[in-house]
Ligand binder design. Structure first.
Ligand SMILES: [Zn+2]
Ligand SMILES: [Zn+2]
Length: 449
């Protein structure tokens, strides 16, 4: 198969109906990148004891309003929620944690030995403004540890997500981390926060004016320039943590230090979801060294790090919002599209387990007919091939094989088809030998070893 090269915009024909804004097709070359990332993520996660789970792409809307919070951007503005013809209110899943927790409770996983460690992957949907590497249908790989109050759960989640990024080629990472306390200490902080913002109320953006009453913590999340300016002197949540929360945060930081994981205490990090308690974190590629110049010119440090590749945190209170008692849990997810964007920009090639080293050529009707059974023989023996069954001309097929850098070519012509043999050609030396069909697997395996 020829490699897919995206045509220039000018060459793209105008379609009457194009893909919806914020969606994208994943073409074969990019698909290989996605696939290699998922393979690596699944492999590492299973070594650490995580098991797979898949939940539906849509859920009852109430699940997300209860879990994520009604006054969050996700629920208010970004969720694809709709009413079915039968009158059900459903939503395309905007994130994976609430569905996994729903499934955990619904399937009685609390009766299993705890904690339950799960990984999931797939499409999620948010009606956001599309940016580079950010789509309205986006791919995530996530981990959840449910039923574990100890901070070892945070340690495992951060460790595994960090490892996955490193193994796929993003070596320099930094963990932005914060603690947003629990119900106890957050109530005190809320009061302080409201006192602080009350004097500045008129200067707040429209959204933050609403947040002030409904969920003041979320004002720390606002990206509007004037609100970013207003939060410079905001009281720090960390000064209001109760002893248990302080102790837990200390342990998480100790882990990061013990494992030599670079981190940055980000006091403004709150994450835009109601269900988080205590630890919240985001993982960035640490481009600080490379963009030092830009930073020296006064750009703030966080901005130059670009978008988070991973986000997560502890969510001890989530189960209760779904009608169960508190269940301690931690999770995090990788935004795969952003990671693919980085790999593509760096020209990092996917590490697929098997790349074909054999190009299969056939000539004439009799040979083509026989081709399919030979290809099946190769597949069963686990030998991946490239082919061009739709072409007839030997020179054209050889040209394609050398363009694809195939070290070996199998040629099945009219004569070979009749006497059940096949030609094996070494593309570098040009040396050819004729081999009986039943010896072909053996011959190839010896050559491509
Ligand atoms: Zn604002
Ligand atoms: Zn606390």
């Amino acid at each position: 198969m020829p490699k897919f090269k995206m045509p220039d915009k000018a060459e793209t024909p105008k379609l009457l109906i194009q893909s919806p804004k914020g969606t994208h097709d994943i073409l074969p070359d990019d698909y290989a990148l996605y696939q290699s990332i998922f393979e690596k993520a699944e492999e590492i996660s299973s070594y650490y004891g995580f098991r797979p789970i898949q939940t539906p792409h849509f859920e009852k809307t109430d699940l997300f309003t209860a879990a994520i919070g009604e006054s969050t951007d996700i629920v208010e503005k970004e969720m694809y929620a709709f009413k079915t013809k039968g009158g059900d209110r459903l939503a395309l899943r905007p994130e994976g944690t609430a569905p996994v927790m729903r499934s955990y409770i619904e399937n009685g996983m609390h009766t299993l030995p705890q904690p339950v460690m799960l990984w999931y992957k797939g499409s999620f949907f948010r009606h956001e403004n599309p940016q580079k590497g950010r789509f309205r249908e986006f791919q995530q790989f996530g981990l959840e540890i449910i039923g574990e109050p100890k901070t070892i759960a945070e340690a495992i989640i951060i460790q595994v997500l960090t490892l996955i990024l490193k193994e796929i080629g993003i070596e320099d990472i930094i963990v932005n981390i914060n603690s947003i306390g629990d119900k106890e200490c957050r109530t005190n902080y809320r009061k302080e926060l409201m006192n602080y913002y009350r004097k500045k109320f008129n200067a707040l953006c429209g959204d933050c004016k609403k947040r002030f009453k409904k969920n003041p913590l979320r004002m720390l999340d606002c990206k509007k320039p004037k609100c970013v300016e207003l939060k410079q002197d905001v009281p720090q949540l960390i000064d209001y943590l109760c002893n248990n929360c302080k102790q837990s945060f200390r342990e998480v930081l100790e882990f990061l230090e013990a494992s030599d994981t670079p981190y940055f205490l980000d006091n403004h990090l709150v994450r835009g979801l109601d269900y988080y308690t205590r630890t919240v974190f985001e993982i960035f590629e640490d481009t600080a060294e490379k963009i030092k110049g830009a930073a020296d010119e006064g750009e703030n440090e966080k901005k130059t790090r670009g978008v988070a590749l991973v986000a997560g945190g502890r969510y001890d209170g989530l189960a209760k919002t779904l009608g169960k008692k508190d269940i301690p849990a931690v999770g995090g997810a990788i935004g795969i599209d952003r990671v693919v964007q980085i790999l593509r920009d760096r020209n990092i090639k996917p590490q697929i387990k098997k790349t074909p080293k054999i190009f299969f050529i056939q000539l004439g009707a009799a040979a083509r007919y026989k081709s399919l059974s030979i290809m099946e023989m190769l597949r069963k023996a686990g030998v991946p091939i490239e082919q061009s069954l739709c072409k007839d001309n030997l020179r054209g097929q050889l040209k394609l094989a050398s363009k694809l850098n195939m070290p070996y070519v199998l040629i099945l012509g009219q004569k070979e088809a009749l006497d059940s043999s096949i030609i094996v050609r070494d593309m570098e030396s040009g040396v050819q030998e004729t081999v009986a069909v039943e010896k072909i697997i053996e011959t190839i395996k010896r050559k491509i070893k």
